[in-house]
Design a protein around this ligand. Structure first.
Ligand SMILES: *Cc1c(COP(=O)(O)O)cnc(C)c1O
Length: 397
């Protein structure tokens, strides 16, 4: 009975063009990758600075694995908190300009665990509609009143914040993962001040990429720990490693250490991963050439798309989506791109709202100007081969 219901739900997903498939990657992250036996130019990675396969990051990992072995052996509070983890936390705190930082095994756990630890019944959590799933899940699960405001709309935020609540927490992505645009953080900070609310920013896609030394959206806007008391960042994207952190005041970090269950009840990441993250952090802070190269590629891609009449979204980050509407058209365009040797993300509901399926193109410092040219030519061809239908324009499917 249950098995039959599950099979039916899968069939419905298949018929709606929403079935997801995994590809097998046979090479390291890079511009040119081998996927299911095919060599493709990849524009679907979050390795924005090209650090996942950087020689000094790999060397740090290898060296630490020789010293520490592979497994961390236990959770942080029991016996798994290595010196590499500890140094990484101190370096992240200095890098982000916060009192302290706490490592989590994944960004999902950092977001979920932090909201769960800080809020409960009688409280109010207010989130941007397009926030990452882990933030929404934490908000829904924590027991507080959960409300979403219109994307990047401060008036809508203010209205929602007027609702009663003992503790009030506003949560937003810094850079939105599927749109690439940036939250109006200065205005959001003002709104939180006025309403006596705490602010949490998930900067998974800003860390490493934005700001003079890559410290992310908050550095870009010049916002301090007083402005944004809870900063979350990930180490699996621009840092090219794995894991995540929360940075903030001593009291916040001690609270999470004692009360955040996804922190307490899980095995620490391998110490070698922390060592690799440290090496990446060093490059992010002291070598701006990768960020500059990436910025040039982004400008070049946007100018090229404009001259071809390809409509892009309002983003100046490494995430450059092409909004197509229906899941079917998105799959068709992505399929044609793959035939031309180009891999992009085909993002469909429920990851994005109904009717807003899109290509998620990501640029990285591994790409060259020639790669961007190739992408633009292929994109122009694929979009013309699969023109928009009424279905796309109605925003259905
Ligand atoms: C990827 C991502 C996460 C989750 O981070 P993981 O370390 O991959 O679990 C959280 N928030 C945003 C905005 C993300 O893009």
């Amino acid at each position: 009975m249950i098995e039959q219901q599950l099979a039916q739900a899968l069939q419905e997903r298949q018929q709606a063009g929403l079935m997801r498939q995994r590809r097998q990657l046979e090479t390291a992250q890079g511009a040119s990758i081998s996927v299911d036996g095919e060599t493709l130019l990849g524009f679907a990675s979050n390795d924005y600075l090209g650090l996942a396969n950087h020689s000094s990051v790999v060397a740090a990992f290898t060296q630490a694995a020789k010293h520490y072995g592979v497994g961390s052996g236990a959770s942080h509070l029991v016996n798994g908190h290595s010196r590499e983890h500890h140094l990484l936390e101190e370096e992240i705190a200095a890098f982000t300009g916060r009192d302290r930082a706490l490592l989590f095994s994944t960004g999902y756990m950092a977001n979920f665990g932090t909201i769960m630890a800080l809020l409960g019944q009688g409280d109010l959590v207010v989130e941007d509609k397009l926030n990452h799933a882990s933030l929404l899940d934490g908000g829904l699960a924590c027991g507080a009143k959960f409300r979403r405001y219109l994307h990047n709309d401060v008036a809508s935020l203010e209205k929602t914040l007027a609702l009663p609540g003992q503790r009030k927490l506003v949560v937003t992505d810094g850079v939105f993962s599927m749109d690439g645009d940036i939250a109006p953080l200065k205005e959001v900070v003002q709104s939180c001040r006025k309403n006596n609310a705490w602010l949490m920013v998930d900067d998974a896609h800003g860390i490493g990429v934005l700001g003079a030394t890559g410290a992310g959206s908050l550095q870009y806007f010049g916002l301090s720990q007083q402005d944004v008391p809870i900063l979350m960042g990930t180490l699996g994207k621009a840092a090219g490693g794995f894991g995540a952190f929360i940075a903030g005041s001593d009291v916040l970090i001690e609270t999470l250490t004692q009360f955040a269950r996804p922190y307490i009840y899980t095995t620490a990441t391998p110490p070698a991963v922390a060592a690799a993250n440290r090496a990446a952090l060093e490059i992010i802070q002291h070598d701006s050439t990768r960020r500059e190269h990436l910025a040039q590629l982004i400008a070049m891609f946007r100018a090229g798309a404009a001259s071809l009449g390809v409509q892009l979204m309002d983003s100046f980050t490494a995430i450059q989506p092409v909004l197509l509407g229906s899941a079917q058209r998105t799959l068709s365009v992505a399929g044609t791109l793959q035939k031309q040797g180009i891999l992009v993300g085909a993002i469909r509901p429920p990851t994005v709202p109904n009717g807003s399926a899109r290509l998620r193109i990501t640029l990285t410092a591994n790409h060259s100007a020639e790669h961007i040219e190739q992408l633009l030519v292929a994109l122009d061809f694929a979009l013309k081969l699969h023109p928009a239908t009424d279905l796309d324009n109605q925003g259905t499917a």
